[in-house]
Design a protein around this ligand. Structure first.
Ligand code: HEC
Ligand code: HEC
Length: 285
């Protein structure tokens, strides 16, 4: 009985003692309203990029700047950067971020953990289509132990101007004398047709006409188009381009006459030249 009473008494005391506490807990206080519940994620946070230069005591690169020369009209340049984790701890690559939308990278899924003593390879491809001259592109390499800036320097070499030996030239002229359309066939194509394929306007003129008319070593029978002694206009340029001149070395570019250019391309050259080379003498009415 004694035991029972003591037990009961204890229970009551606990409940009674607990009541005000419980009531106080349920009462919303100012502090509870001001601080909303903090969300504690169940999964561990992904590794965070650490600011500051990635020390060489952690990662060693084969090189962080790559310089390369590429031929004119190269569409893509590929780069490979190699690094080694020389530290005693893991290095986790958090992001690899090229500065330019023209650059794509190839690497394992991120975050990418590189364990001590192992290597990593980053492949990057830069799209340089339509670009000229000297380009510098960079890429941010961020890890949980610091950053590294990776740089590519690309020199796009000027297009190679085709040159011919005196013998080749005499031979080519001989062939063209018997057939002025010969420039659009056989081996002649690589210099006289292919460079203009798919082009229009100025670029087409540069490829198809300038080769003869603006050539440094051009033959004396090739006239200077900037010094024409008759009035010129769009129709003048269109007619010469389409039909050339029979019994001369000036070929007919029109597809109707076995040439390489369609009407749109011919019209684009005529429009370009009428603008770029204004008539040197007044138009005759
Ligand atoms: C390696 C590139 C190349 C090839 C191949 C080539 N040519 Fe030319 N051609 C030129 C260049 C460049 C010129 C401008 C003059 C110069 O620099 O020799 C030219 C000019 C000409 C001229 C104008 C006359 C002159 O010499 O200035 C004719 C006609 C001609 N080529 C015909 C032909 C024929 C026909 C063929 C094929 C049998 C041919 N070419 C193949 C590059 C080439
Ligand atoms: C294979 C070399 C060659 C190519 C390529 C060539 N020409 Fe000619 N062109 C000549 C020669 C040679 C003459 C001189 C014809 C003659 O004997 O009167 C000439 C003459 C001309 C003339 C007449 C100039 C005048 O004094 O009246 C025009 C215009 C002309 N070319 C425009 C063009 C245009 C535009 C292109 C490109 C679509 C072109 N040529 C491509 C060789 C070339």
């Amino acid at each position: 009985m004694k035991l029972n009473r003591a037990f009961l008494g204890g229970t009551v005391a606990a409940v009674v003692a607990g009541m005000p506490l419980l009531a106080a807990d349920i009462q919303p206080t100012q502090a509870v309203v001001a601080a909303p519940p903090v969300f504690v994620p169940a999964v561990p946070q992904p590794p965070k990029a650490m600011p500051g230069q990635l020390p060489t005591s952690v990662v060693v690169w084969d090189r962080t700047t790559i310089e390369t020369n590429v031929a004119a009209n190269t569409p893509m340049v590929h780069f490979v950067f190699n690094f080694t984790n020389v530290s005693s701890g893991n290095v986790t690559v958090v992001s690899v971020h090229p500065q330019c939308g023209c650059t794509t990278t190839e690497l394992p899924p991120l975050p990418w953990t590189v364990v001590p003593g192992t290597n990593g390879v980053i492949r990057a491809t830069v799209n340089i289509a339509g670009k000229n001259g000297f380009l510098i592109k960079t890429m941010d390499f961020a890890t949980d132990r610091g950053f590294q800036l990776l740089t590519f320097k690309i020199t796009i070499l000027p297009p190679v101007t085709p040159t011919r030996s005196e013998a080749e030239r005499a031979h080519d002229i001989e062939i063209a004398r018997t057939d002025r359309q010969a420039v659009f066939h056989g081996d002649c194509v690589k210099c006289h047709v292919t460079p203009g394929t798919g082009k229009y306007n100025k670029a087409l003129y540069a490829a198809d006409c300038a080769i003869c008319h603006e050539g440094e070593h051009r033959a004396t029978m090739v006239p200077d188009l900037h010094a024409i002694k008759t009035p010129t206009n769009v129709e003048f340029w269109r007619t010469w381009t389409a039909h050339g001149k029979p019994n001369s070395l000036m070929p007919a570019f029109s597809t109707a006459e076995d040439g390489p250019l369609n009407d749109m391309q011919i019209a684009s050259i005529a429009a370009y030249l009428a603008e770029a080379i204004p008539s040197q003498v007044p138009q005759t009415p």
